[in-house]
Ligand binder design. Structure first.
Ligand SMILES: Nc1ncnc2c1ncn2[C@@H]1O[C@H](COP(=O)(O)OP(=O)(O)OP(=O)(O)O)[C@@H](O)[C@H]1O
Ligand SMILES: [Mg+2]
Length: 359
């Protein structure tokens, strides 16, 4: 029997993650399938990561990963190479900001038929310009699998006995990493320091959203998620869960804001190996920062040590390779690393200023 395109893509994705026998520091497997010029670009960028920005415009807000410049009616969002986990800065990952910015832009461009979004322009590898919206104070977390390990993750609650979570009911007898009978939304409030799970009924009762807005936004979130899963499957990937944010523009239109389906806002697994590994009780193969988290756990106390050790260059490069691989799989385009002959700060200022002029 001939294999389908998605089966072939799946095998390629799995082979890429199994790949090289040469395990770098920390004992993790290196992904294969990365072109030599990408490896060279990552090596060259190791000491030139973008960790701080100064566009010299608007009011600057510094998030864990992105720097946002508020221009009143627009936002300039710069995605840096900062890597956070345990609620702190862990390391700088070459090319990461560019991958995130361009992956999100690709999804925004390809989901406008489902719901409008705030993206206006992507004038620089690391920056985009967005229409500024009034943000709903809720994060729309969509899940297709019973997984996760943090306080707000579904598996943590299920394991502790909960069968009702954020307005959803779950069957008894499920195992970690099982696919859910259907996709669900497990919203959280956008609280100051940590996210709190909440149900749709509470969201409306507390006046965070009207019922009408909830109905429209939750339908859009589930439609985006189903589309994302379908597209990911065609590329040999499982889009396991993700988080969306929505807002309203000055005309009252509901728009997708923030980022979409990036490796920072989403969990992706390799489809081809999921079934067998899951049947054997192994964790799925993933494209994310888990191995970096494990390295810090093994080498310090990332929750309380005031100063963290420096992550080995091999680990930083490896995470970079995984992010680039994901970008290329999703978009079907070759990753074009930003040239290093110009200071990123000057480049971004020039590109953003020109785009603002033209808007
Ligand atoms: N188009 C938009 N209009 C208005 N606000 C937006 C838009 N896009 C994103 N935002 C908001 O900008 C902020 C970006 O913050 P960012 O994600 O960088 O950091 P954070 O959410 O505070 O923390 P974290 O680093 O944990 O994500 C978010 O509060 C998000 O809701
Ligand atoms: Mg955020």
């Amino acid at each position: 029997m001939r294999s389908t395109t998605s089966q072939r893509a799946g095998r390629r994705a799995a082979a890429a993650v199994r790949a090289s026998a040469a395990a770098p520091a920390g004992g993790i497997e290196a992904v294969g399938g990365v072109r030599p010029e990408i490896d060279a670009a990552i090596a060259a960028a190791l000491d030139r990561c973008i960790t701080d920005t100064d566009l010299g415009m608007g009011k600057k807000y510094k998030g864990k990963v992105r720097d946002t410049y508020d221009l009143g009616d627009k936002l300039v969002v710069v995605t840096t190479d900062r890597q956070s986990a345990f609620d702190r800065l862990l390391a700088a990952i070459p090319c990461k900001g560019q991958v995130l910015n361009q992956t999100s832009a690709w999804w925004m461009e390809h989901t406008r038929h489902i719901v409008g979004n705030a993206l206006l322009s992507v004038p620089d590898p690391n920056a985009c310009i967005m229409k500024k919206c009034t943000v709903f104070p809720v994060e729309f977390v969509c899940r297709g699998f019973l997984t996760g390990s943090t306080d707000t993750s579904l598996w943590t609650h299920y394991k502790a006995g909960a069968r009702e979570y954020c307005g959803n009911t779950f069957l008894d007898g499920m195992r970690k990493n099982d696919r859910l009978a259907q996709n669900v939304i497990t919203p959280t409030t956008k609280a100051e320091d940590h996210d709190v799970p909440i149900s749709p009924a509470e969201i409306v009762a507390q006046g965070l959203m009207s019922q009408e807005d909830w109905d429209a936004v939750s339908a859009a979130a589930l439609a985006l998620f189903a589309f994302g899963q379908e597209q990911a499957a065609q590329r040999g990937l499982l889009l396991v869960d993700t988080k969306y944010e929505f807002g309203k523009d000055e005309d009252g239109n509901i728009l997708l804001i923030d980022e979409i389906h990036t490796p920072d806002s989403s969990r992706y697994w390799i489809a081809d190996t999921y079934k067998q590994r899951h049947a054997e009780g192994q964790e799925p193969q993933n494209i994310d920062k888990e191995f970096l988290r494990l390295w810090f756990r093994a080498n310090c106390d990332p929750y309380s040590d005031p100063v963290l050790p420096e992550a080995p260059a091999e680990l930083r490069s490896e995470l970079s390779r995984r992010y680039v691989l994901l970008y290329e799989k999703i978009t079907g385009q070759r990753f074009q690393p930003a040239p290093l002959d110009e200071e990123p700060a000057a480049r971004m200022r020039r590109n953003v200023a020109a785009a603002l002029e033209a808007l």
